[in-house]
Design a protein around this ligand. Structure first.
Ligand SMILES: Cc1ncc(COP(=O)(O)O)c(C=O)c1O
Length: 371
């Protein structure tokens, strides 16, 4: 095991260097034209992104959390309305429900895929349920057939949280095309990341797109004409120009991520005590995260840190058990899978520019722990 190899969890600088000429040119162009807020770069990116997802409309905004808030507000979420979402995600998914006036109803995750456990959905339904927010966690699509069937049966809307799943596919169909709307984050470390905060919500419904754009822009599309009270949530011109450049590389970067994930699968599959990601049937995983499981996760993470390998835990406390949701009084038995996974999961370094040497060093460091 060569201790001189350092493996960062992600390497945004390496990505920048690989496309430096185009990024620098795009930023210079925005500065030259002073198109900082809205303008042609934002319009262009919205069109390009809608096309890449395969939907009719994209409303850009300041971040992926706002995207959820905007979508729910435009769908008319009312005080006391219940929204079912997954127990294991980043807090944006659930906090946006509360911000929009709704009540969060957590659903346990599938033990192996970490996405919402569709077998539990019916048991969470009440007369107040209005919608479902599945998260394509780590880059693996949730079981969209089951979720859409549940939603249709009960007249609910679905918002797909695609923050970690750009270009992922369920039965050959791209995520973001199933629900009433789908939200994306372009946080710098995401598979498609800006150079700051950025987000978007997409939909095939032009009327919903219009309501979302109005809400995100102070309640009006024309300056001085406010149809409603809204918020100020903008994608800026610099981020839009950066995202347009990066979007062109996203398919290749996704393939590179999938190759590294396949290499990890191959090399770690037989290692004693390591659980590698489980891919459900008919899903194309884009590996925003490569999550392994181990009974002694914290000791493994400490060992890897000593070996120069950075890891991350996504997420160490499942949402219902966070102090933020103490008011619900949930106990581990309410969400057995999320509870069991939260202490075992570990995300390994994975980025398109990762070298074979870095992959091997990570694998060898894990092997030396498991021996
Ligand atoms: C699953 C999920 N939803 C929502 C978000 C929110 O995105 P942002 O950080 O852009 O607000 C994130 C980003 O971390 C996420 O991972």
């Amino acid at each position: 095991m060569s201790a001189d190899v350092q493996v960062p969890y992600a390497d945004l600088h390496a990505q920048y260097l690989s496309i430096k000429h185009d990024i620098d040119g795009a930023i210079a162009e925005v500065i030259r034209s002073s198109a900082f807020i809205r303008g042609p770069y934002v319009d262009r990116f919205e069109q390009e992104f809608a096309t890449s997802v395969g939907v009719g409309n994209c409303v850009s905004c300041a971040n992926g959390t706002d995207a959820l808030y905007i979508a729910m507000s435009a769908l008319g979420l009312a005080a006391g309305d219940e929204v079912i979402t997954t127990a294991h995600s980043w807090i944006s998914t659930s906090e946006a429900i509360t911000q929009a006036g709704g009540r969060v109803v957590f659903c346990d995750t599938d033990r192996d895929t970490y996405t919402i456990d569709v077998t539990r959905l019916e048991s969470l339904l009440t007369s107040r349920t209005v919608g479902v927010i599945p998260v394509h966690l780590a880059g693996q699509p949730a079981d969209m057939d089951a979720i859409m069937a549940f939603a249709h049966r009960h007249g609910l809307w679905v918002i797909e949280d695609c923050a970690q799943a750009h270009l992922a596919r369920y039965k050959e169909r791209q995520v973001g095309t199933f629900g009433a709307a789908a939200t994306f984050s372009f946080y710098p470390g995401k598979n498609l990341g800006a150079m700051g905060d950025a987000g978007a919500v997409v939909t095939n419904d032009p009327a919903l797109a219009r309501r979302m754009a109005i809400f995100a822009r102070h309640g009006g599309l024309q300056k001085g004409e406010h149809e409603i009270e809204g918020i100020n949530s903008r994608l800026d011109g610099l981020q839009a120009a950066v995202l347009s450049v990066k979007l062109r590389h996203l398919p290749d970067w996704t393939i590179m991520r999938q190759r590294i994930a396949a290499r990890y699968d191959e090399l770690l599959g037989e290692v004693d005590g390591i659980g590698t990601p489980v891919l459900a049937a008919d899903r194309e995983h884009v590996y925003h995260l490569y999550i392994i499981r181990h009974e002694r996760r914290d000791a493994l993470a400490a060992h890897l840190k000593t070996a120069g390998v950075q890891t991350s835990i996504n997420y160490p406390i499942a949402l219902p058990f966070l102090p933020a949701y103490r008011r619900f009084g949930h106990v581990p038995a309410d969400f057995p899978n999320a509870h069991a996974n939260q202490s075992r999961i570990l995300s390994l370094p994975l980025f398109a520019e990762m070298t074979e040497r870095q992959v091997m060093h990570t694998v060898e460091s894990i092997r030396s722990f498991c021996r």
